[in-house]
Design a protein around this ligand. Structure first.
Ligand SMILES: NC(=O)c1ccc[n+]([C@@H]2O[C@H](COP(=O)([O-])OP(=O)(O)OC[C@H]3O[C@@H](n4cnc5c(N)ncnc54)[C@H](O)[C@@H]3O)[C@@H](O)[C@H]2O)c1
Length: 260
């Protein structure tokens, strides 16, 4: 059971990647806790469906986070509609995968642009608006792959590691403006992006074998920690990464429990 509060009453948020998965989960939780949310995503249909569900507290703005003009416009909709921007969650992401020796240059560029440049452009324009009003909080969604490599995942893992360092760098620069910047590193989350993996029984079992808590995350498992980092309870936290992976990262050793 998830406790809902009015922590975000009166707050205005931007969520990129809001149309699906983790971004939609964060958006629903923000609205449940009193926020008004501008959602940016390339998936206009998904934004429309979320708008129908959430009503006046949500404004969907079709946005490609790799295109600066569009990101700037998305952020300005928050200002124009509700007069401010207090918190932002940069979630949009996807990947084209392949081994280093085979990967096409344009697949590398697609992935790194989306996963890393998209985070930079979003943070840039969110920070400008927050700075004008004296502060705010930005949460970047990175990945456990910032720390743990995956076969065929070099552009994704390298860009997610870059997003983690971007978090620290932006936190250093923006603290003087009252803006906190933190990252969430999810492990395996059950979303449309991972549905193909999770539908495969052996692969699902292999994944779960790596996760001490014994299941993939649902989007609520990520939304809770993400909202915490944006909330006043985290007012002294900036430049940090919160790994939310059911313990996956600590399973670097064989299971010795049968031998001790
Ligand atoms: N699902 C996981 O296991 C997992 C684990 C770690 C990190 N993540 C990260 O979490 C984020 C969300 O992933 P998800 O699993 O919810 O995936 P998802 O596919 O359900 O949602 C991703 C959203 O990003 C949007 N998007 C893609 N390209 C875009 C662009 N150029 N501009 C704007 N929006 C764009 C998509 O339309 C989609 O709505 C991603 O950054 C992903 O890398 C996911």
């Amino acid at each position: 059971m998830t406790a809902t509060t009015d922590r975000f009453a009166g707050k205005v948020a931007v969520v990129t990647g809001a149309a699906s998965g983790i971004g939609a989960g964060i958006t629903r939780r923000l609205v449940a806790e009193g926020a008004r949310v501008v959602g940016g995503d390339i998936a206009a249909d998904g934004l429309k469906a979320l708008g129908d569900e959430l009503g006046d507290a949500f404004a969907g703005v079709p946005t490609d986070v790799t295109v600066e003009d569009q990101v700037e416009h998305m952020v300005h909709v928050a200002d124009k509609t509700w007069g401010a921007l207090h918190v932002a969650f940069n979630v949009a992401g996807s990947a084209r995968l392949g081994p280093v020796a085979e990967l096409a240059e344009n697949d590398w560029d697609y992935t790194v642009d989306l996963v890393l440049k998209g985070q930079f452009l979003s943070a840039k324009h969110e920070a400008r608006l927050m700075r004008r009003d004296g502060g705010g909080a930005i949460v970047l969604i990175s990945s456990l792959n910032a720390h743990v490599p995956m076969f065929g995942g070099s552009p994704y893992a390298a860009a997610k590691a870059g997003a983690e360092m971007l978090t620290k760098n932006a936190a250093l620069e923006l603290a003087r403006h009252g803006i906190r910047v933190n990252a969430i590193l999810p492990g395996l989350v059950d979303t449309p992006a991972t549905a193909g993996f999770l539908a495969h029984p052996q692969l699902r079992a292999d994944f779960i074998g790596r996760i001490p808590l014994g299941r993939p995350a649902d989007t609520g498992d990520i939304a809770g920690p993400a909202l915490y980092l944006a909330s006043d309870d985290a007012r002294y936290i900036t430049g940090t990464s919160l790994v939310v992976d059911g313990g996956w990262e600590i399973t670097g050793y064989p299971d010795l429990s049968k031998y001790l």
